[in-house]
Design a protein around this ligand. Structure first.
Ligand code: G3H
Ligand code: ZN
Length: 287
């Protein structure tokens, strides 16, 4: 069965490693990430943006697909199905639909409103036994057409949200969704350390996990990051492997146009990348 992410994230925080939260888009993504987790013996979170939820024909269908594929493959490692950057309505809908973890992202509201809504969503999620993530300070870049400037989260605001009892907290520390620009300043470790201090060791979430240099990932984990969100990197891997297959003309040899063959290099590339990241984040072997 799918599980809340509370336990796996707390273990990761205590053990100084991080759980990967990988965004899913369709059957290939779900299958590849679950197979990778099983191969690496790692707990895993499957992230679903609201846009991806619509693409996959609704949250109920996402739950059915993930549960079905999970059981069919006989996955034994802990798996949480998590709403990524959820709105107030979206988080409620996912809790209703059977997600085992949700993010309520109220970072675009004035702080008082983010606080009120986060409080309500934390109570609701916990009443159903599922884990919840909230966000303070926007993450830069663009996701699902929603663009925001990166900001550094205010430590006092982080402390206030942490004290509401949120299970893990996303805080802006100079991270950006999508590809990092060449002139990116890097993660702000002073701010990260400060946030970890004032929140009394709350597990922290690093969004925009694609393309961050390995030394910065390692340092972020050492400063309390226990969940790393990765989306763009898997999309790039899938696209590159699929392009290579087509450019080599393999879709025109035999039945190479069969979707089960055409999509296989991309699916295999996702699986290999996820295994590599689980090793990098230190979650491999922890299931
Ligand atoms: O919420 C999901 C992410 O923060 C993913 O960011 O696409 O830069 O890896 P990314
Ligand atoms: Zn994000």
């Amino acid at each position: 069965a799918l599980v809340s992410a509370k336990d796996m994230i707390e273990k990761a925080h205590a053990g100084h490693y991080a759980i990967g939260a990988f965004n899913i888009n369709n059957m290939e993504w779900i299958k590849s990430i679950l197979l990778a987790a099983e191969e690496a013996k790692s707990p895993v979170m499957l992230g679903v943006s609201e846009g991806a939820g619509k693409y996959m024909c609704g949250f109920e269908n996402v739950v059915a697909m993930v549960k079905g594929i999970h059981d069919y493959l006989g996955i034994t490692v802990p798996v949480a199905l998590h709403l990524d950057h959820g709105s107030y309505e979206g988080a409620k809908a996912c809790i209703e639909a059977g997600f085992t973890s949700v993010m309520f992202d109220g970072s675009h509201y004035a702080f008082e409103e983010n606080l009120e809504k986060s409080k309500e969503m934390i109570a609701l999620a916990h009443s159903k036994g599922i884990s919840i993530e909230c966000e303070v300070g926007g993450i830069g870049g663009e996701e699902d057409g929603v663009a925001s400037m990166g900001e550094l989260a205010d430590p006092q605001e982080c402390k206030t949200i942490a004290e509401l009892g949120v299970d893990f907290l996303a805080a802006g520390i100079g991270n950006i969704h999508g590809k990092y620009p060449a002139d990116w300043a890097g993660l702000n470790f002073d701010r990260l350390g400060e946030i970890q201090n004032v929140t009394n060791g709350k597990p922290l979430v690093l969004h925009g996990g694609s393309g961050i240099p390995a030394d910065q990932i390692a340092k972020a984990i050492s400063l309390g990051v226990s969940k790393i969100n990765v989306n763009t990197e898997l999309q790039l891997e899938f696209a590159a492997a699929t392009r290579k297959y087509i450019e080599e003309g393999k879709d025109q040899q035999g039945k190479g146009y069969d979707p089960r063959k055409l999509l296989k290099p991309g699916a295999d590339a996702i699986q290999a990348k996820v295994v590599a990241m689980m090793n990098q984040f230190g979650s491999a072997g922890k299931a």
